[in-house]
Design a protein around this ligand. Structure first.
Ligand SMILES: [Zn+2]
Length: 108
């Protein structure tokens, strides 16, 4: 029997986008390990974060997709540690982080 132990993946991207800031409110970036928005408390990426991420990556759709996929991985790691039995499903996380992005397929 051949047994291979794969190395654990390293950390994903730093969740520091969208970069838009104001003087009076926190940015719409995720608060880990809950992955709630710092500004509005909604599950991240909230509506405002999605709009700003799209605007920031208007000419870099590939970069946005890679960023979102990396953060989905980071969120899985955090959320399954917090709630090992009742965490979100992989499908829910994919829809929340990746499927709204620039390379989604149409439903037809
Ligand atoms: Zn927000």
């Amino acid at each position: 029997m051949i047994m291979t132990i794969l190395p654990s993946p390293g950390s994903g991207p730093e969740p520091d986008r969208p970069r838009y800031r104001t003087q009076s409110t926190p940015p719409h970036t995720p608060l880990r390990p809950m992955w709630a928005c710092r500004a509005c408390g909604q599950p991240w990426p909230c509506g405002a974060a999605r709009l700003m991420l799209r605007a920031e990556h208007d000419r870099n759709h590939q970069g946005l997709s890679i960023y979102l996929a990396g953060l989905m991985y980071e969120a899985m790691r955090d959320l399954y540690r917090l709630n090992p039995d009742s965490g979100p499903s992989p499908e829910e996380l994919f829809n929340r982080f990746v499927s709204w992005g620039p390379f989604r397929r149409s439903s037809s």
